[in-house]
Design a binder for this molecule. Structure first.
Ligand SMILES: [Zn+2]
Length: 247
């Protein structure tokens, strides 16, 4: 019976593909399967590669040598242990993420896991849990899904690290951060997060990776790190698909 239902699903899927062939979400080219990126689409993504700051993960024009850190991290080290992103936030990656976030193109998530596994290979080697940056429940109702949790779930299956989607929650609904400065963003997300009682003991001494779609100023990462440390997390790392990089 199981085989029949699986075959039926395959037949339906191939039927759908004949009517609506799967297309690359970036280039619009026809591809073999839903969620695949065509070679044309790949070309527009600017993957972040070495040399980069060991701490915040920003790409640099020079080798950091033994110091290992950018000037900003030397002056004012971020709370988290490290941050990495797969690619730069540009017009192409913005369209990719917006389609995923608001356009119901959730099947794209399949492409994300290998990229994140590559960008975060150092931090993933010793991680205990993956935690998505949460949405407030009111925003979750209007958007229907938390894009960070979909990314974390997909990565969890890919690398075999436990995903705890409810271990950090947003206790305060914060206005959209669209055009806020770094300082305003920090104020905006201040005390916006908490760890539910049932997870507090579980985080103690653990190495945690926070997952989000975009790293902008680091304000959200900073605030989440503070609350995870409060409940005893030994290490907090940040892994995002894209990162805003100012020239
Ligand atoms: Zn840095």
């Amino acid at each position: 019976m199981k085989n029949i239902s699986v075959n039926l699903q395959e037949i339906i899927k191939s039927g759908v593909n004949i009517i609506l062939p799967p297309r690359c979400p970036l280039s619009g080219d026809i591809v073999d399967a839903q969620g695949m990126i065509s070679p044309e689409g790949w070309g527009g993504l600017e993957f972040i590669t070495d040399p980069l700051c060991n701490h915040c993960g920003i790409p640099l024009d020079y080798d950091v040598g033994e110091v290992g850190k950018c000037m900003s991290c030397l002056d004012n080290p971020p709370e988290f242990n490290s941050a990495r992103a797969a690619f730069r936030y540009n017009d192409i990656s913005r369209n990719l993420i917006l389609g995923f976030k608001h356009g119901d193109k959730t099947h794209i998530v399949r492409s994300f896991a290998p990229w994140l596994a590559q960008a975060g290979k150092g931090m993933l080697a010793n991680a205990d849990y993956l935690l998505p940056v949460p949405l407030h429940h009111l925003r979750l109702v209007s958007r229907r899904y938390n894009q960070a949790a979909l990314i974390a779930e997909s990565l969890s299956k890919h690398v075999g690290i436990v995903h705890l989607p409810m271990a950090i929650k947003r206790v305060r609904s914060t206005p959209s951060q669209g055009h806020l400065s770094t300082k305003d963003r920090l104020e905006n997300v201040s005390k916006a997060f908490d760890v539910p009682i049932k997870y507090r003991g579980r985080l103690k001494g653990k190495s945690i990776i926070l997952i989000d779609d975009v790293y902008t100023t680091g304000a959200t990462a900073h605030e989440c790190t503070k609350i995870l440390r409060k409940y005893g997390a030994a290490q907090v790392h940040i892994l995002t698909l894209a990162r805003v990089i100012h020239d």
